[in-house]
Structure formats: C-alpha cells, structure tokens
Design a protein around this ligand. Structure first.
Ligand SMILES: Nc1ncnc2c1ncn2[C@@H]1O[C@H](COP(=O)(O)OP(=O)(O)OP(=O)(O)O)[C@@H](O)[C@H]1O
Length: 614
C-alpha cells in the first residue's frame, strides 16, 4: 500500500529572507586564478611535489651538462686531435673518447636518478591531492554535491588529477631538463661564437612570441576540454547506473544519442585544443631549418675569415640541435602544462568550495545518550534559487515518541527530515535536539545518535554481513545475528543459503527490494541510534516481507524517538502522533484516530490509502 501521488496546486510564497537571493548557492567553486597562481597553489597543497627538489635539481644539472659532452669532445678531437699541428694525435683522441664515454655513463645514471626522484615526488604529491579532494567532497553538503553530476564530480579527483600527473611526470621533467639544456647550449654556443648565437636567438624569437600568444588560447581550450570530459563522464556514469530504467522505458536510442552528444562535444574540444597546439610544430620546424641554413652559411664565412675553426663549427651545429630540441618541445610542454593547469583549477575548485554545513568539530557539543527530544523553532527553508518550501514550522516532539509524517507529494516532508538530520541548515529558525541547536552539535555526536534510513539504502557490492556492519566494522557476526533475532527477522536469516555471507551484488541488486529494506533496518539497529529518522520505502513488497518489515520497524523504534515519512497506512496508524504536511506547513497534528474523523488533508489521504488498497 502506498500513498497516492497527488499533484500540488499551490506553493508557499517566496518570502523575503528565505528566497533565491538569500539562500547560499551550493555550486562548486569555479577558480579564476591565473596560471601561475594555480601552479603555486597546486604545489603548496601537495608539499611532496617540491620535497627534495634541490637534490633532484643537482642530478638534473649533471644530466643536462652531460649533454654537451659529445659536441665538446667532437670539437676537441677535430681541432686538437685530427688537425693537431704535428699530425693526428692518437693518444689525445683515445683519451678524449674514454673521458667522453665515462661522462656519458655518469650523465645517464644522473638522468635515471633524477627521473626516479621526480616520479616519486610527483606520485606522492598527486596522492595527497587526491586524498584531500576526496575528503573535501565528503565534507560538502548533499546539495553542493548534487550541483554537479556525480561522474563529473568524480572526474575532478580522477581524470583531472591524471592530467596533472601526465604533466608532472613528462612535461615537468622535460621542462627542468629543457630549460637547463637551453641555457647551457646558449652559453657554450656564445663561447664558440657570439655572432652565431645572436643569429640563432634572432631566428627563434618569433617562435617564442608565437608560443606565448598561443599559451593564452590553449589555456581556454584545455579548460573546455576538462569541463567537457567531466560532463561526458557524468553522462556516461548516469546512464550506466540508470541502465535498468533506460531499458524498462525503451529509451536506449535517446540515451545513446545523449552519450554521443557529450562524447562528440569532448572530441570537438579536444580536436580544437590539439589543432591549436599542433600549429606551432610545423612553424618550429621551418624556423629550425632556416636557422641551420643561416648558421652554416654565416659559420663558413666566419671560418674563411679565421674567427671559427672547423671543429668549432661542427660543435656549434651539434649545439644548435641541443638548443632546438627544447624549443620545439616547448609547444608540447605548454600543451601538457595547460591541460594540467586546467585540471588543477578544477581540483582547486573542489577544495575552495567552503562546506555550507560546517562541523563544529572539537568545539561542538556532545548530546547525552537516551531518547531525544526534538524542537523545530519557527523553521523556514528554500532551496537555492527556489521558493520557500517549508514555512514557519514550529513543532515539539517529546523523547521516545513515534511520529509519522504524512502529506501530499512535494509538501515538504523530505525537506523536514533533511533539516532534522542536518543534511541542510534552516534558512530561518532553529532545529534543536535535547535543547541544543543542531549547528552546535559535533558531527561525531550527531551521526552516532541520529540515524537516517533512506527509502533506498545504498548497499555496497559485498556480503550481507559487511553491509550491515557498515557503520560499525567491529561488530561480530554473532552480534549481527542477535540484532536480527531481536528485530524478529531470525526466520529470514535462516532462509538465506549463505546467511550473513550472502553476496548482495552491485547496489544490492541480488536482493529483493524488501530484503534491501530489511538490511537497511538491521544496519540502523546495529548503529544503535537514539533518534531514528525513516523515509519509508514506497516499493511494493510481498506480504511475508511486508509483515517482517512492520515487525522489525516496530521493534526498532521501541524505546527510541522516531520520525518516519509514512507511505503506508499501517505506519501512520501505529504512530503515537501524525504530523500532516501541506504546502510547506504543518496543517494537522494528532493521532490517527483523532485525525481520520476530521475533515482535512489527513482524511483525504486516508481515503486514498483505503481506496488504493481495496
Ligand atoms: N534539491 C532540491 N532542489 C530544489 N528544490 C527541491 C529540492 N528537493 C526538493 N525540492 C522541492 O521542495 C519541495 C518539497 O520537496 P520535498 O522533497 O520536501 O517534498 P516531499 O513531501 O518529501 O515529497 P515526496 O513525498 O514526493 O517525497 C518540492 O516542491 C520539491 O520540488
């Protein structure tokens, strides 16, 4: 039996003080920090990134300096070995080759150590970033979490962090090495010929300005890529989770079109960003070829005038190679850097979002144990951007009372229990438990005393026992068994072939809807709350399970304060008191027997219940 869904024809007015303008927006923060500030904050958040960087830099310098060993050796062998004044000097050539080989090995070892150290610090930093972001997501209110699709939210701490990882492990290393390489190549080239070095820089200046200009475009393009990727993951995960509903309604085609749309939007954003970043590469190649040509012509001319030896010209050409590599790499590095900065911005966006439901923590108050008294002191509420949905609720519930909350769909019942469990704070008024404003109660105390059983309790892909002891992992199988018997569900447990070891499947899909409700009730019993808040399931169950649920509910609520959103007539009948919601207000209050005889919302609801169960 379930409450018929009647359509509301009116809505509490939007009133000053609780309307869209004053209700805080729960959306995730959008970072507008500059690229530099983003990097600086990103590094500060994960100190592992920079830990031990000085020693890594030493290895980087050795690895980089080592790259000029070969050009130097070539120059020395040509000028002082092959073209030595007294003829070829074999001893000098051999000695230089051996020294060169030794230095090359040293360079390779340094390069390995540098890479290993960078990988370690990067992975450490990324792990910290992920941990902080995940924890912060859990601190955010349900409203804030719901402001973005779940998949998109998860992408902020997975794929966005992966982008940072790609840059730190590849682009970051190249950036360190390339900058050093560029500097050393410039110095050495200048030692051989300052005229040629100047020429090389003049040839490459347009490329540098081009890259700088492109960086701004890339920054925007990659932020769009990250956002589109997040949206795509959101749509994909939603359709996977909602696969049964999609199939049941035969909307596979429409759903596939939605997924296609978001995949194509991601592809378009990616292609645009890649096209932009690729534009520089051919330009850089033309600039390189031109530079080689100019250096060869001018170098030969300098050689003819006697200011450059053959060995120096060959070494210079080698060094240009060292110079060009980081220059052409710059575009790819910028590419990765922009992608990483876009990812960092989105992760920082999560961390910068201040939880609107703050835990007073250690300064918070602890509620004493025992049945709880509840008071709603002139409470009003409006969802951000919406009208007032609870209007001046002023109600007191004595300790140990079983209260049923009933009302038409959309009348504010769920909002009422969300405020009671502090999933949200009132826009006006106070919610008090045992006389203490909920905003002053430490989360640890609140969550141990107040347990909410939602309509569809989430089950994890594990065993029945693990799901029941979810909030209290220390609880033994024997204690769970005793709790099940106490709730009058011993026959149900005995009927399960694997008992508490029964696997429940993903989201509990191996169990029936009724069994999932039973698990949620046992889980609540194990948590041992003093205030039990229930959102009764609307799904129809077989008569035997219905009896079990009622029996378990009856025992679970005994000796506790309980507030249940009732969708079944039997729950309202069994309650000590019924609160009848209508259009965001409590329209009636009393026992079932009192209310059913009066004309009003409850009598109408009751008539519907009776009709629908006839
Ligand atoms: N997250 C939300 N954002 C904006 N408006 C919301 C949100 N949740 C609920 N509302 C609106 O608040 C009003 C009260 O909703 P609420 O869920 O409290 O009603 P209800 O009585 O529990 O309904 P039902 O029996 O259908 O669950 C409705 O108009 C609903 O559309």
């Amino acid at each position: 039996m379930s409450a018929p869904a009647r359509t509301r024809n009116s809505r509490a007015d939007t009133s000053p003080g609780v309307d869209a303008d004053t209700a805080a927006s729960p959306a995730l923060h959008r970072s507008t920090d500059s690229a530099w500030d983003t990097l600086r904050r990103g590094f500060a958040l994960s100190p592992e990134f920079t830990r031990g960087l000085a020693l890594t830099a030493v290895f980087a310098v050795v690895a980089t300096v080592g790259k000029v060993v070969v050009p130097l050796a070539v120059q020395q062998i040509i000028d002082n070995g092959l073209l030595a004044e007294g003829g070829i000097d074999i001893g000098f050539v051999t000695g230089t080759v051996v020294l060169c080989a030794t230095l090359v090995v040293l360079t390779a070892v340094s390069s390995y150590v540098m890479n290993a150290r960078l990988y370690r610090s990067t992975e450490g930093g990324l792990a910290t970033l992920r941990r902080k972001a995940f924890r912060h997501v859990h601190d955010l209110s349900v409203l804030t979490q719901n402001s973005e699709r779940k998949g998109a939210l998860v992408s902020r701490v997975t794929s966005d962090v992966d982008q940072i990882s790609t840059f730190m492990q590849w682009g970051g290393i190249l950036l360190v090495v390339s900058t050093g390489q560029l500097a050393i190549a410039t110095v050495l080239m200048a030692v051989y010929s300052w005229q040629l070095t100047l020429l090389v820089w003049v040839c490459f200046l347009p490329l540098l300005f081009g890259v700088r200009w492109l960086q701004k475009l890339l920054s925007r393009a990659y932020l769009l890529v990250r956002e589109r990727t997040g949206e795509m993951l959101g749509v994909v995960s939603e359709t996977v989770v909602g696969a049964a509903v999609i199939r049941a309604h035969g909307t596979e085609e429409r759903t596939a079109e939605r997924v296609d749309e978001s995949v194509l939007a991601t592809r378009t954003a990616q292609v645009r960003a890649q096209r932009l970043s690729m534009a520089v590469s051919p330009f850089a190649e033309v600039v390189s070829a031109f530079t080689y040509a100019v250096v060869v012509v001018v170098g030969v001319w300098l050689g003819v005038t006697g200011s450059l030896t053959a060995g120096q010209l060959v070494a210079f050409l080698f060094l240009i190679n060292l110079f060009i590599a980081p220059m052409t790499m710059a575009t790819e590095i910028f590419n990765e850097a922009q992608n990483a900065i876009a990812g960092w911005r989105r992760v920082l966006g999560v961390l910068d979002t201040v939880p609107d439901i703050a835990d007073p923590g250690s300064s918070g108050r602890t509620l004493p144990r025992g049945p709880v008294s509840i008071r709603f002191d002139h409470v009003s509420y409006a969802y951000p951007g919406g009208p007032r949905v609870l209007d001046d609720i002023d109600v007191e519930i004595a300790p140990g009372r079983r209260v049923a909350v009933v009302g038409e769909t959309g009348s504010g019942k769920t909002t009422f229990v969300k405020l009671l469990t502090r999933l949200m704070d009132p826009a006006e008024g106070r919610v008090l438990l045992d006389g203490t404003d909920l905003r002053e109660v430490a989360f640890s105390s609140l969550r141990s005393r107040v347990v909410m059983v939602p309509q569809e309790g989430f089950l994890f892909d594990s065993t029945l026992g693990d799901n029941i002891r979810f909030a209290r992992p220390e609880v033994t199988d024997e204690q769970i068994g005793a709790a099940i018997v106490d709730l009058g569900l011993g026959d149900w447990l005995a009927g399960l072939p694997h008992g508490l070891d029964t696997p429940v499947g993903q989201r509990g899909e191996s169990l029936s809807a009724g069994e999932r409700q039973l698990v949620a009730l046992v889980r609540a019993a194990i948590a041992g709350p003093d205030l039990l808040v229930l959102d009764e399931a609307t799904s129809a169950v077989d008569p035997a399970t219905e009896v079990r649920i009622q029996r378990a509910l009856d025992r679970l609520t005994r000796g506790r304060t309980s507030v249940a959103i009732a969708h079944r007539l039997s729950t309202a009948e069994a309650a000590d008191e019924v609160l009848v919601f209508d259009d965001g207000r409590i329209a009636q209050r009393g026992t079932h027997a009192e209310l059913v005889g009066q004309p009003g919302v409850y009598a109408d609801l009751h008539a519907s219940w009776v009709r629908s169960s006839a």
